[in-house]
Design a protein around this ligand. Structure first.
Ligand SMILES: Nc1ncnc2c1ncn2[C@@H]1O[C@H](COP(=O)(O)OP(=O)(O)OP(=O)(O)O)[C@@H](O)[C@H]1O
Ligand SMILES: [Mg+2]
Length: 276
């Protein structure tokens, strides 16, 4: 009994270190779909490692707990709180134009969340025209998510695992029919089946930019909420307003992240350069 208490206290301590609210995690643990987590299906996925050189060059600072991970850890805590409070699981990350930092934020948010051992996170590269997550993780797969969605390759042969609790769907190359695929019934069915098998707590979708194509439009019906990323140096207030309005017509807007800020507000205690 004493050992059990000690183990529970250790888990609570880890959560406190990770900035996770115990009440929030408690709500998550009581979800009916979290019972009997399928450990073996996760364990059998091919595992990838990320060297510190790759982490540095890809700006994946949330890979370990450090002052550099603080902005993403803050984003994680707020995101997690909102997802759990609303009973949401599927989060799409998009931006008005290219290069705002969607992929970087998606990877870091997923990594930061995965440092919380109680959570199971699935990250998908759904920027099917210009996939980039494979570059961030410096891992090339033989197949694509389009192959998995179209039933040509099994998810278990395609998805890779980072650590115990983050699985990632990468793309070896762009898809031929991104817009049609993303709004198809096949994609909807694939996501349902994926959830049944892997039971992730949170699914994060790295999406294409909103003002460059209509790829995202048909897919948004599959998500619970969206996070809009703007780049401080290139995104205009008009673009952000326009996209926030458009996004809110398609799904719930979780928030807007202003990325690539040069200025940082030291009064927050974080030298992070993000507004949320
Ligand atoms: N906070 C930041 N500060 C400086 N550079 C950043 C920051 N976030 C991302 N970057 C860099 O900006 C570039 C674009 O980032 P990223 O690929 O994440 O954007 P994206 O919105 O996914 O782009 P795309 O629309 O092409 O998919 C990358 O070189 C990335 O390393
Ligand atoms: Mg990207």
């Amino acid at each position: 009994m004493e050992r059990l208490e000690a183990a529970l206290e250790k888990a609570r301590e880890k959560r406190r270190e990770a900035g996770i609210d115990d009440r929030v995690v408690g709500k998550l643990e009581s979800r009916p779909d979290r019972q009997d987590q399928p450990k073996s299906v996760w364990a059998s996925l091919a595992e990838i490692k990320v060297s510190s050189r790759v982490a540095r060059s890809s700006r994946i600072t949330a890979i370990s707990n450090s002052p550099m991970s603080s902005p993403y850890d803050l984003l994680r805590s707020r995101t997690l709180h909102n997802l759990i409070e609303n009973g949401w699981k599927r989060l799409a990350i998009t931006s008005p134009t290219v290069g705002c930092g969607k992929t970087t934020v998606a990877a870091n948010l997923a990594l930061s969340l995965s440092r919380q051992p109680d959570l199971k996170i699935a990250l998908f590269d759904l920027d099917l025209r210009r996939p980039a997550l494979h570059k961030v993780f410096a891992h090339k797969t033989a197949s694509t998510l389009a192959d998995v969605i179209e039933g040509k390759v099994a998810a278990s042969d395609h998805f890779v695992r980072y650590g115990e609790n983050l699985m990632i769907g990468l793309n070896a190359k762009p898809a031929r029919n991104p817009s049609e695929l993303l709004q198809s019934q096949r994609t909807k069915a694939f996501l349902q089946e994926f959830e049944e098998i892997y039971r992730p707590d949170i699914m994060i979708f790295d999406m294409p930019p909103m003002l460059m194509s209509d790829d995202y439009v048909g897919f948004m019906k599959n998500v619970d909420c969206g996070l809009l990323i703007g780049a401080a140096d290139t995104t205009t207030a008009t673009q952000l307003d326009l996209c926030e309005k458009e996004l809110s017509e398609l799904t719930n807007v979780l928030g807007v992240v202003l990325n690539k800020c040069r200025y940082s507000d030291s009064s927050t205690g974080y030298d992070y350069g993000y507004e949320y």
